[in-house]
Ligand binder design. Structure first.
Ligand SMILES: [Zn+2]
Ligand SMILES: [Zn+2]
Length: 369
């Protein structure tokens, strides 16, 4: 009898997921089958659930399996896979982190080292779950890693709960600061203290930022941001006027404004405020806005005269994931990393998990098979 496993199938936006048993595939050469340990609900999973991202008409196929911030153990190794992307031996049973997207390695963008812009890029949540390999997203018992994805063995002293957010949220902000060329001693403003914002706070401090200012409207998140290293907090329920917040940032930065502002709220309306919080030659890192159709008014002279730039960042170069795992290993005893993704839901309770995540009742929910 063939071995089977469950997937939580996503058929239609805002409709309940359907749990279905499908056959666990045998990996093709270069591929790996993963036994999922946990898969978070990230903002983009929520966007997809609402029908604003990766669904039909936006490049994806339905039904599919959502979930991409995930971690698991090696269940089956395809021919030719004996080491991870860091050169370490890889065996069945090893806990691993991996990119949720895979690249062809031979198209013009792959050749130019811009692999996350691969012409043939494929990623979790985009393929039909009715076809091989069925396990096309994180909300299931297994996940199929195609040839061409990066895979990193997780050190024994790092628990899986800390790693689930590594391949999306954490790698995304590390790469965002890399793209913005964040330098030692610079000042950073982070708009939003959800999972991305908390990681961003810690990464900015670890990169040598002199001061990190975090803006949010939820007190618990701001308190947590402080534990992740934030030097200053701005609560938008207390400082309700944008002008006042801008003044506050200017004061907190000794009149210079910030060198880097990172947007991880996902609302276009916060962009002009963030750009105004930048000083001369400031870099605005745009990560959060992934649902199309939102617009904002922007006076371009605010970019031109002060030599400011906006850097849009989607996905990351695969090597970043290796750095993310090392960052987690050296930070795990210093930061409350377990607070990100701390609420666990069983796979069969995925509908209540999405409800809770959608109402922002939890910082990050984890679906555990
Ligand atoms: Zn994500
Ligand atoms: Zn390519």
């Amino acid at each position: 009898m063939p071995e089977t496993g469950r997937i939580a199938e996503f058929h239609e936006p805002m409709k309940p997921f359907k749990i279905r048993e499908v056959q666990v595939p045998d990996p093709e050469p270069g591929a790996v089958v993963i036994k999922i340990r946990g898969s978070n609900i990230c903002g983009s999973d929520l966007h997809a659930w609402h029908g604003r991202f990766t669904t039909k008409g936006l490049g994806g196929q339905l039904p599919t399996v959502l979930g991409h911030e995930m971690v698991g153990t090696v269940a089956k190794l395809g021919d030719g896979v004996a080491i991870d992307s860091d050169g370490q031996p890889l065996n069945v049973g090893d806990l691993v982190a991996y990119t949720y997207f895979h690249m062809c390695g031979r198209c013009p963008n792959c050749i130019r080292g811009k692999r996350m812009s691969c012409y043939n890029l494929n990623m979790a949540m985009m393929s039909s779950s009715e076809k091989f390999p069925h396990f096309v997203g994180g909300y299931g018992d297994y996940y199929y890693i195609h040839p061409g994805a990066a895979i990193y063995k997780v050190p024994d002293d790092v628990p899986w709960e800390l790693v689930a957010g590594a391949n999306c949220a954490l790698s995304q902000v590390i790469y965002g600061f890399h793209r913005a060329d964040l330098r030692f001693g610079e000042t950073v403003v982070i708009q939003g203290a959800g999972g991305l914002g908390l990681y961003a706070t810690a990464v900015a401090k670890a990169s040598g930022a002199d001061k990190v200012i975090v803006i949010d409207g939820v007190r618990d998140r701001l308190d947590l941001a402080e534990k992740f290293g934030a030097d200053e907090l701005i609560d938008i329920t207390e400082v309700t006027e944008s002008r006042e917040r801008q003044k506050l940032v200017r004061k907190m930065t000794g009149g210079h404004n910030a060198d880097v502002v990172m947007e991880v709220v996902g609302q276009a309306s916060v962009i002009p405020e963030g750009i105004n919080m930048l000083g001369q030659f400031g870099r605005y890192v745009e990560i959060g806005n992934i649902s199309s159709g939102q617009t904002t008014d922007l006076d371009p002279t605010r970019l031109v005269f002060p030599n400011k730039s906006i850097i849009g960042v989607s996905l990351y170069e695969p090597w970043v994931l290796g750095q993310a795992i090392k960052f987690l290993q050296r930070s795990k005893d210093k930061l409350p990393l377990d607070k990100i993704g701390s609420t666990k839901f069983k796979l069969e309770d995925i509908n209540s998990a999405f409800d809770a995540a959608d109402k922002r009742e939890v910082i990050r929910a984890s679906i555990v098979p």
